[in-house]
Design a binder for this molecule. Structure first.
Ligand code: ZN
Length: 134
C-alpha cells in the first residue's frame, strides 16, 4: 500500500549552490548530503512537513541525472511514493501494465529500498517507490 508522498526529486547542476538557495531563500534546513554510488549522484535532503525535497546532482556524465539535465535542464525529476510493501507494489504496478525500470528494489539514498516506474507508462511522471530498509 502507498502510504505517503515520501519526497520530490529535483535535478540540479550544482548541489551546493542549490542547497544555499533552499536555505537562504526558502529558509529550509538541509538535513544532510549523501553520495549514492548506485545512481552516480550526490543528494541533499530537506524536511518539508512530512515530505522531503531531494536534490540530485550527477557525479558522472553517465548518471541518469546527467542525461536528464542534458535533455530537460534543471527541475522536477521524480515523485517518490512511500510504501510499506515495495515488492508487492512493484508486482501490482507491473500487473497493471506499468513498465518497471527496476524489477528488483535497490538501495537508494537515506537508507531506503527504491525502484522506479518508467515515465512512458506513468503519464509522464518518473515514479519512485520507496520503503525504509529494515
Ligand atoms: Zn528519489
Amino acid at each position: 500500500m502507498i502510504t505517503q508522498i515520501d519526497h520530490i526529486g529535483i535535478a540540479v547542476k550544482d548541489l551546493d549552490e542549490v542547497v544555499a538557495y533552499y536555505e537562504n531563500t526558502l529558509g529550509l534546513h538541509c538535513e544532510g548530503k549523501e553520495e549514492v554510488a548506485s545512481q552516480k549522484v550526490r543528494t541533499a535532503f530537506f524536511h518539508v512537513g512530512e515530505v522531503h525535497i531531494e536534490l540530485l546532482e550527477p557525479t558522472d556524465p553517465e548518471s541518469p541525472i546527467a542525461k536528464f539535465l542534458e535533455s530537460r535542464g534543471e527541475g522536477i525529476h521524480h515523485i517518490a511514493f512511500g510504501t510499506n510493501d515495495i515488492e508487492g507494489q512493484l508486482a501490482h504496478a507491473k500487473g497493471s501494465g506499468a513498465r518497471l525500470i527496476h524489477e528488483v528494489p535497490f538501495e537508494g539514498a537515506a537508507n531506503k529500498l527504491v525502484a522506479f516506474l518508467h515515465p512512458k507508462s506513468t503519464h509522464g511522471v518518473l515514479t519512485e517507490l520507496c520503503m525504509p530498509k529494515s
